[in-house]
Design a protein around this ligand. Structure first.
Ligand code: GTP
Ligand code: MG
Length: 627
C-alpha cells in the first residue's frame, strides 16, 4: 500500500518566522536557527517518517522571502524552487507555508502570493506560544475558511510543537488536492495592480480573523529605548564586546589547565609504556603534542560561542547593525553587511555565504572581500598560544591584560577591514547609499536547551576538525619532520636534517626580516589548510626539536623561552592579515563565480600580512633594544 516515493514538502515563509526551527523539529536536524532575518541562505534537505502513519516525507528548508519577486540572491533560491526553475529540482508536492502568528499583517502578503500559484499548500501558524502569551487571539477556523487551505498552529521550539502539522500532512498525503486553494484565484485578477489588491485582501482577512489584538509588546520598546539610544546604545555595545574577550581568557583558565595536564599525563604514560622508536615518537611527538596543543583551546572556543549564540538568539544583532549603519556607510558598506561580518567571527565561510542577503552586487563583493579580516575562531588558538606565552597574566585596573591584547587584535582586524572597504569604495566608485531596511525581531530569552545543543554542536565541529584534518596534518608533519633521519655523528636535533627542517631553512631568508625562525616557517604552510594546524605543527616541531631527555608536550613554556617578544608580536600581526584557509578561498570563488576576487584577496592579504609583520618586528626590536 505504501507509495515508494516520499511526499516532498517545501518550507516557505517570511524571514525569521521559524522555518528552520520547524525543519529541525520535524527532521531532528540541527540547522542554524537564530533570531534575525536571513539566517538560512541555502536550500537544505531533510527526511522524516510520520510516527502515526509510517509515511516518509522529504522536506526542504528554504531562505526566508518577503515576496516572490526576489530582491536578494537568497530570496532567488526560494523563488526558483517554487517555480521549478532550479535545474535539478522537482516541484514540491505540498508547500508548507510558515507564518509568524505575532506578525500576521506582514506575513499574509507572502501567503496570498504563494496561494496564487494554485499548488497544494498548508499554513503553519508558528510562534503560537508567543502570540498566546501576548493575548493575541486568532480565529484559526475562519482563517482556514478565508484562505481555503488547512491552517495548523505550531510551536517550532517546543517538543511536540509540530505534531498537529504532521497529522495534517498525513491526511494530505492521501489526497493532496484537499489543500489546493480556490481562494488564490480570488485576488488573482490579473489587473496589474496586484500589490494593492493583495494589501486590501490582507486587511480584510485580518479584520475577519483577529479576535483580539493583544497588548503591544511594551517590553521590547523599553529595551530598545536603551539599546538603540544614541549614547547608551554604543556604550552597551562596547561593554558587551569587551566582556566577551575578558571572559574568553578568565572563564576558560581552569578547564584549559585541566586539558593541558591530562595531555601531559597521557604523553608521560605512553612514553613510559612504549619502547623508544618511531612508533613512540609518532604517538607522543606527533599526535599527543601536535593535536593535543590544539585541543587545549576547546574551552576558549566554547566561551566565545556561548556569547555569540546568546547574541544571535536574543534579537540584539539587527539592533547592533542599526547602531553601526552610519559607520559602515562612511566606508561605503551597506548596513546589511553587519551580520555577515559578525558571522565571520565564527568562520569566514558562513559569513561569506550570508552576504547573499545583500541586494547590491557591488556592496556584496566589498563585504566578501573584507570578511576574512574578521577574526575567525580558528585564529583564536594561535592568538591564545602566543598571548599565553608572552603577555603576563595580570590585571590592569579592572581588566585582564591578556584579554585586552586579544581585544586589540580583534579591533585591529575590524579597523583594517574598514580601511580596505574604504579603498575598495574609492576604486569601484561610490555606490548609491541605500537606507538600511532590516526587521527588528522581538527579543527572545535564549532557550537553555537550544543553547546547550548549539555549544555541543560547536564542540563536535571542533573535535571533528582535531580528529580529522588536524590529526592527519599532524601525522604528515611528523613524517616530514622525522625523515630522513639525522646522519651518523650529527650534533643538532634530528629534525634539522629532516625534510621539514630543510624546507624551514629554505624559507627562512624570506621570513627572517619579519622575525620568524625556521620552526615558525614550517608551521605556516600547513596552517593554510586550517589555521589551528599551525599551533599543532609548532607543537610537533618543538617536541621533536627538544634535545634533552625532558618530555615536551606543552608548547607554551617552550616558545616562551625560545622566541623573542618581537618575533611573537610579528607572528600575531601575520595572523591578523594572512589569507584564510583554502576552503575560504574556494567559497569566495563559488559565491562570486570567478577566480579574480580570489586572486585579489590572496594578494592583498599576503601583502598586508608581510608589511604588518615587518613593521611590527622591526619597530618593536628597535624599541625593546636588540632581541
Ligand atoms: N517562542 C518561539 N520561538 C520560535 C518559534 N519558532 C522559532 N522561534 C525562534 O524564532 C527565531 C527564528 O527562527 P528560525 O527558525 O531561524 O527562522 P527562519 O524562518 O528559519 O529564519 P530565516 O532562515 O532567517 O528565514 C529563533 O530565535 C527561534 O528560536 C516558536 O514557535 N516559538
Ligand atoms: Mg532559516
Amino acid at each position: 500500500m505504501q507509495p515508494a516515493q516520499p511526499l516532498r514538502l517545501a518550507l516557505v515563509g517570511n524571514p525569521n518566522c521559524g522555518k528552520t526551527a520547524l525543519f529541525n523539529r520535524l527532521t531532528g536536524a540541527r540547522q542554524k536557527v537564530a533570531n534575525y532575518a536571513g539566517v538560512t541562505v541555502e536550500r537544505k534537505e531533510g527526511h522524516f517518517t510520520s510516527a502515526a502513519s509510517g509515511r516518509a516525507f522529504q522536506v526542504v528548508d528554504l531562505p526566508g522571502a518577503y515576496s516572490l519577486n526576489a530582491m536578494t540572491p537568497d530570496e532567488a533560491i526560494t523563488r526558483d524552487v517554487l517555480f521549478g526553475k532550479q535545474a535539478d529540482e522537482v516541484l514540491p508536492d505540498v508547500i508548507v507555508l510558515v507564518a509568524d502568528a505575532t506578525n500576521l499583517k506582514l506575513n499574509l502578503r507572502l501567503v496570498l502570493e504563494v496561494l496564487r500559484l494554485g499548488r497544494p499548500t498548508v499554513l503553519a501558524l508558528n510562534m503560537m506560544d508567543v502570540a498566546r502569551k501576548r493575548g493575541v487571539v486568532i480565529d484559526t477556523a475562519r482563517l482556514q475558511q478565508e484562505l481555503d487551505i488547512p491552517v495548523i498552529e505550531t510551536v517550532a521550539v517546543k517538543p511536540g510543537g509540530g505534531e498537529a502539522l504532521v497529522a495534517q500532512l498525513d491526511r494530505l498525503a492521501v489526497e493532496p488536492q484537499r489543500a489546493r486553494s480556490a481562494a488564490g484565484s480570488r485576488f488573482n485578477d490579473g489587473n496589474g495592480d496586484k500589490l494593492e489588491a493583495t494589501q486590501r485582501e490582507v486587511r480584510r482577512i485580518l479584520d475577519a480573523v483577529i479576535r483580539h489584538e493583544g497588548q503591544a509588546h511594551t517590553a521590547n520598546d523599553r529595551i530598545d529605548a536603551v539599546v538603540l539610544h544614541p549614547v547608551l546604545g554604543y556604550a552597551l555595545l562596547a561593554a558587551v564586546l569587551f566582556l566577551i574577550f575578558q571572559a574568553v581568557f578568565s572563564w576558560s583558565e581552569a578547564p584549559m589547565n585541566f586539558i593541558k595536564e591530562s595531555i601531559a599525563a597521557l604523553g608521560a604514560i605512553v612514553n613510559a609504556q612504549l619502547p623508544e622508536g618511531p612508533a613512540r615518537s609518532l604517538l607522543v611527538d606527533g599526535i599527543i603534542a601536535g593535536a593535543g596543543s590544539v585541543l587545549v583551546f576547546l574551552p576558549q572556543i566554547l566561551v566565545l560561542f556561548f556569547f555569540i549564540l546568546i547574541l544571535e538568539e536574543s534579537g540584539y544583532l539587527p539592533r547592533a547593525a542599526f547602531l553601526l549603519d552610519r559607520l559602515m556607510g562612511s566606508v561605503g558598506l551597506s548596513g546589511r553587511a553587519f551580520i555577515p561580518l559578525l558571522s565571520s567571527f565564527a568562520c569566514a565561510i558562513p559569513g561569506i555565504m550570508a552576504t547573499r542577503t545583500i541586494q547590491n552586487p557591488r556592496d556584496r563583493l566589498a563585504t566578501i572581500m573584507i570578511a576574512p579580516l574578521m577574526t575567525c575562531s580558528a585564529r583564536l588558538p594561535v592568538y591564545a598560544l602566543v598571548i599565553g606565552a608572552f603577555i603576563p597574566d595580570r590585571t590592569v585596573g579592572i581588566f585582564n591584560l591578556q584579554g585586552l591584547v586579544l581585544f586589540a587584535l580583534y579591533v585591529t582586524g575590524i579597523i583594517s577591514a574598514m580601511a580596505v572597504a574604504w579603498i575598495f569604495n574609492l576604486a569601484k566608485g561610490k555606490g548609491r547609499y541605500q537606507p538600511l531596511m532590516l526587521e527588528l525581531p522581538n527579543y527572545h530569552l535564549p532557550n537553555l536547551r537550544n543553547l546547550a545543543i548549539g555549544l555541543w554542536e560547536r564542540a563536535r565541529i571542533f573535535m571533528t576538525r582535531v580528529g580529522t584534518i588536524i590529526l592527519s596534518m599532524m601525522i604528515l608533519i611528523w613524517f616530514l619532520s622525522s625523515f630522513p633521519a639525522a646522519p651518523e655523528g650529527a650534533t643538532g636535533a634530528a629534525i634539522q636534517y629532516s625534510l621539514a627542517g630543510q624546507i624551514g631553512h629554505l624559507l627562512q631568508p624570506l621570513f627572517e626580516p619579519i622575525g620568524f625562525n625556521w620552526q615558525i616557517s614550517i608551521a605556516l604552510i600547513p596552517g593554510l589548510a586550517a589555521r589551528e594546524v599551525a599551533v599543532g605543527a609548532l607543537g610537533t616541531v618543538y617536541a621533536l626539536s627538544a634535545t634533552g631527555e625532558e618530555l615536551a608536550t606543552t608548547l607554551t613554556p617552550m616558545i616562551a623561552s625560545t622566541w623573542s617578544l618581537p618575533t611573537a608580536l610579528s607572528l600575531l600581526a601575520w595572523y591578523v592579515f594572512a589569507p584564510q584557509c583554502i576552503s575560504t578561498l574556494s567559497t569566495v570563488c563559488r559565491e562570486t563565480g570567478s577566480w579574480l576576487p580570489v586572486l585579489a584577496m590572496t594578494a592583498y592579504m599576503f601583502t598586508l600580512a608581510y608589511l604588518a609583520s615587518f613593521i611590527t618586528f622591526q619597530v618593536s626590536r628597535m624599541l625593546l633594544g636588540g632581541a
